[in-house]
Design a protein around this ligand. Structure first.
Ligand SMILES: *Cc1c(COP(=O)(O)O)cnc(C)c1O
Length: 354
């Protein structure tokens, strides 16, 4: 279906930054996508407009009750100069699952993708081409009805903003040290842990702040037993134990990562056994003790893979793989980033060309 998306181009294009200095999420392109929702009228008025601040009534529900969801994905300039997106259909499907949990009306996924493609077409010059770089895409929805009653909003705004990002591992893949959190919890069954919604992240900041010096992120345990591995900040967790890969099963309280799904598919394709199940922190500590904990890594859109070189659990330091990047982690990283850059075959048809 063809959608009619209005385009208003900026009259004052910004100077593009030097790619070696852009970091993550600090610089935004010249345009953004907007789509409005009103009860009775539905989603309407898709448009690309110059990037600019938005005006909201101070009573807008998003400010008071957090009715909001977001997504994160990437576009790449491939080795042959084309522009492609990594599995964007998965992101918009997940956005609708988050919408459902937050009582936000569903979005036409095709329209969202058409809007994204139009926006990227307008800002195509902003996509860096250097190896390891990409265009980070942040779609999000906010409740805008200006009333303080606790009820689903009657008005919403869907937006997409774009941010060029530098190479995450400009100095080579660096394993991270992670603190296993034993006091705070992130989510509970029946809650919103499997929705990409703002409150999950605001509620996690304190644990991150209080983590001991040197541990930049925390690994969450389940909120009921305080025993089973859930996930890290914005990454799903994988462990390689005795030749087998294990990752927590989707239990309703962890986020269903698209990178997680991609890793499971790649591993299965290679004939590496993958188990999705409950994994207790005790099992990890035991595997570490008996020398069968071979690798640990987190997966997410931003870093693709973040090897874990050390886990800090109840005062104990579990060093994994000598604190170095494991062989399988490196192979997964090289393969997935190769597929994204178009230097490796794409057997699953993940890349969507503009
Ligand atoms: C976004 C996110 C992930 C990773 O999902 P990807 O689709 O792989 O980027 C994992 N956990 C949380 C809490 C997240 O917000």
């Amino acid at each position: 279906m063809a959608y009619s998306i209005a385009i208003e181009r900026t009259s004052a294009p910004k100077t593009k930054p030097e790619v070696s200095r852009i970091g993550f999420g600090t610089i935004f392109t010249d345009h953004m996508f907007m789509l409005d929702y009103e009860t009775g009228k539905g989603w309407h008025s898709p448009r690309v407009v110059p990037y600019q601040p938005i005006t909201l009534d101070p009573a807008a529900k998003v400010f008071h009750y957090g009715q909001t969801v977001f997504e994160g994905l990437k576009a790449f300039k491939t080795a042959d100069g084309a522009i492609s997106l990594f599995r964007p259909d998965m992101n918009f499907r997940r956005l609708n699952r988050s919408n459902d949990r937050l009582s936000i009306p569903p979005l036409d996924e095709e329209l969202a993708l058409a809007g994204l493609k139009t926006l990227i077409g307008v800002d195509a010059d902003w996509i860096p081409a250097e190896e390891g770089t990409s265009l980070y895409i942040r779609p999000f929805i906010i409740a805008t009805q200006p009333t303080l009653g606790v009820a689903p909003s009657r008005n919403y705004l869907f937006m997409i903003i774009l941010s060029p990002v530098g190479a995450y591992y400009a100095e080579g893949i660096n394993p991270v040290k992670i603190h296993v959190e034993s006091d705070y919890v992130r989510a509970v069954p029946g809650g919103v842990g499997n929705a990409k919604t703002a409150g999950n992240y605001a509620a996690g900041l304190k644990a991150q702040e209080e983590a001991p010096q040197g541990y930049s992120q925390v690994l969450w345990l389940d909120g009921v037993h305080r025993k089973y591995i859930e996930e890290v900040g914005s990454m799903n967790m994988f462990f390689k134990i005795n030749g087998k890969v294990v990752t927590p099963a989707l239990n309703g309280s962890i986020l269903e990562g698209i990178t997680r799904d991609s890793m499971i598919r790649l591993l299965t394709h290679w004939g590496v056994p993958v188990e999705q199940r409950q994994i207790s922190i005790d099992e990890i500590a035991e595997a570490h003790r008996d020398g069968t904990l071979e690798e640990a890594f987190g997966t997410g859109t931003a870093a693709v893979i973040s090897p874990v070189g050390e886990l800090h659990w109840q005062g104990e330091k579990l060093v994994i793989g000598g604190g170095k990047t494991g062989e399988l982690s490196a192979r997964l990283y090289d393969t997935l980033t190769g597929i994204q850059r178009g230097t490796e075959p794409d057997p699953f048809g993940w890349m969507v060309r503009l």
